[in-house]
Each structure stands twice: as structure tokens, then as C-alpha cells.
Design a protein around this ligand. Structure first.
Ligand SMILES: C[S@@+](CC[C@H](N)C(=O)[O-])C[C@H]1O[C@@H](n2cnc3c(N)ncnc32)[C@H](O)[C@@H]1O
Length: 305
């Protein structure tokens, strides 16, 4: 199996089932525009990049916002993602106004260098492959978790260093991803279902490649990547799930996990898994469940040599 096959690609339903990502993604775009307006006065050209852009719906919103804020500038925006199918979607849906680049943020290609603005929403907590004994890092024993944490920390340092190197001097970045405690109750429900038959039979074959580091670890990784302390602004806060009921929450998880789980679950079992998730969520107090599930990390950066 090649690495691309093992990757958790966002499924076709992601764009219409990602309200929670859209909410915070629009905040990222707004912050980037505000920062850009104060940093760049009448720029002739703006090179911008959206890292881990997914299907690109937010990248298209970013292009519109840039054009509104800088009507006289030439804007060259690219979306970057590991998933070729999502990049194809971005190119098509933007009518080729946005360039698409397929690759990993752990190894940003040359064509991403010299950016004035980089944004990234809900991407940088996705890890490169790491074989673990449980489906999700939260349920590993202390020793295995520590090893995975080290892997995640090195990954974040690499990705942030790549972002630093892709920015031109004076360039800015607004990035957002989850930190410690992100979606904990949501994962507890999923893990409890994985422990039930018939799903438990497949559990050992699935690794969800996510890790949520602490704010201190994220801050240190930014320093190691090259950003000066005075050019790092981290706003960590909690947000409720935008999805309001069991069906919407299940559909969100399905949009993110279906492609990954389908490599292991037979189709009928996969269908039964999401049905069970919805059933379980219907049995709990959904408003209490939604509360503060997202641990957002909104980071504003500037590269200054
Ligand atoms: C949850 S989606 C976020 C998409 C979009 N930014 C949004 O906010 O809706 C995460 C995206 O990160 C991408 N991704 C994960 N690991 C990656 C990597 N190493 N390099 C590039 N993209 C990656 C996935 O393919 C997926 O499209």
C-alpha cells in the first residue's frame, strides 16, 4: 500500500459537513486579511498559500477576501494538500483561478517559496504515519504515548520550519489547529464504539493520524522553527461544536474518517459504525457534549530577518 492510500483523505461529503471547520476557517481568513492590510501597503503583487486546503472551499473564500481587500494588486493564490482528489476539486471549483499543489507540509516544494501570506486551518495536527497499538493517541499507555508525542513534536517543528522558510522576509502567516484536549468527548464516544463487537475486530488495523500538543509545546516549536518571540501571537480558546445534533456530528466524523476507515471496514460494517455513533449520540445530552469540544489554536506570525 502506498502512503497516499493510507492517508485519511477528506471524503466527498467534507465540504457540506464541516461547519465547525468553516467557522474557525473564516476567522483565520479574517485575521490574515486584517494583518495583511496593516503589513502590506499598496502591494503590486501578493503571493499567498493555503496549506492543507482540503477541497478548497475556504481557499476560494480567501481569494475573494484578498481581492476585496487588495483590488489593485495581482494575487497569486495556491492551495496545497496531500490529497490529489481534493486539489483537483479546488482547481475545478475555483475555475482555475487558484493554483493547486499536491504534496506534504512535511516537505514543502520549491514552488511554495517567497510567500507574502500563508494560511492553514485544521491541518497541522495531522501526523505522518506512526504505527500505534490503539486507534487514537489518547488511549495509548504512557510509554507509547510519549513516543508518539515526540514524533508529533518533531513533525510540528518540521512543518513550522517549512512555513517559516516559505515566507519571504516580512511575510505573515495565520495558522490554526487543535491543541491538547481537542474533541476529547467526541473521541471517547468513538473509542467506546470501537470496543464493541463487531467493530473491535478491526480496531487494531486503524490508526487515526492526529495528535494534539500543548500550547507550551506549540510555542516552543514556533521558536525552534525560527519565529522570533515578539512575532508570535497565540490565541488558545475553546469553542462549541457548530454541529447541533447527533446526525450532523456523525456526518462530520464520517466526512473526515470514511476514506481512512473504509480501507479496513467492509462497507456494511462501516455503515453500521456510523449508525451506532448516531444512536449513541442520540442517547446523550447533546448540548453538554458540544460544549467547548474544540480547543482552537489561532496563531498569527510574522517573519522578520
Ligand atoms: C480537516 S481538513 C482541513 C481542510 C481545510 N483547511 C478546512 O479547514 O476545511 C485537513 C486536511 O489536511 C490535509 N493533510 C493532512 N496531512 C497533510 C500533509 N502532511 N500535507 C499536506 N496536507 C495534509 C488533508 O489531506 C486534509 O485535506
Amino acid at each position: 500500500m502506498i502512503q497516499q492510500d493510507k492517508h485519511f483523505h477528506m471524503s466527498d461529503s467534507y465540504e457540506s459537513n464541516s461547519s465547525s471547520q468553516k467557522t474557525i476557517g473564516r476567522t483565520v481568513i479574517q485575521c490574515a486579511i486584517e494583518m495583511a492590510k496593516s503589513e502590506f501597503i499598496n502591494p503590486q503583487k501578493i503571493n499567498a498559500l493555503d496549506i492543507a486546503c482540503g477541497p478548497g472551499n475556504l481557499t476560494i473564500e480567501f481569494l475573494n477576501a484578498l481581492q476585496d481587500a487588495f483590488p489593485d494588486s495581482m494575487i497569486e493564490l495556491a492551495g496545497f494538500d496531500y490529497s490529489e482528489q481534493n486539489i483537483k476539486r479546488l482547481i475545478k471549483n475555483s475555475e482555475r483561478k487558484i493554483k493547486g499543489i499536491v504534496g506534504s507540509f512535511y516537505n514543502l516544494p520549491k514552488e511554495t517559496k517567497g510567500e507574502h501570506i500563508i494560511i492553514s486551518n485544521e491541518g497541522l495536527h495531522w501526523q505522518s504515519l506512526f504505527k500505534m497499538s490503539k486507534i487514537f493517541f489518547l488511549y495509548l499507555d504512557a510509554e507509547e504515548k510519549e513516543r508518539y508525542e515526540l514524533h508529533a513534536l518533531q513533525n510540528l517543528e518540521t512543518a513550522l520550519k517549512n512555513i517559516y522558510e516559505s515566507l519571504q522576509n516580512g511575510g505573515i502567516a495565520v495558522i490554526q489547529f487543535g491543541h491538547e484536549g481537542n474533541m476529547q468527548k467526541h473521541w471517547d464516544v468513538i473509542y467506546s464504539i470501537f470496543n464493541e463487537p463487531p467493530f473491535n475486530e478491526y480496531m487494531s488495523k486503524i490508526n487515526v493520524p492526529l495528535y494534539h500538543l500543548s500550547i507550551d509545546q506549540i510555542h516552543n516549536a514556533l521558536l525552534k522553527a525560527g519565529f522570533a518571540n515578539e512575532n508570535i501571537n497565540i490565541n488558545a480558546f475553546e469553542q462549541d461544536l457548530a454541529e447541533e445534533n447527533a446526525t450532523a456530528i456523525t456526518n462530520l466524523h464520517k466526512a473526515v474518517s470514511q476514506e481512512g476507515y473504509s480501507k479496513v471496514f467492509p462497507p456494511k460494517i462501516l455503515e453500521a459504525f456510523y449508525k451506532r455513533m448516531e444512536e449513541k449520540l442520540n442517547d446523550i445530552d447533546i448540548n453538554a457534549f458540544r460544549k467547548n469540544q474544540w480547543h482552537r489554536t489561532l496563531i498569527k506570525l510574522k517573519k522578520q530577518l
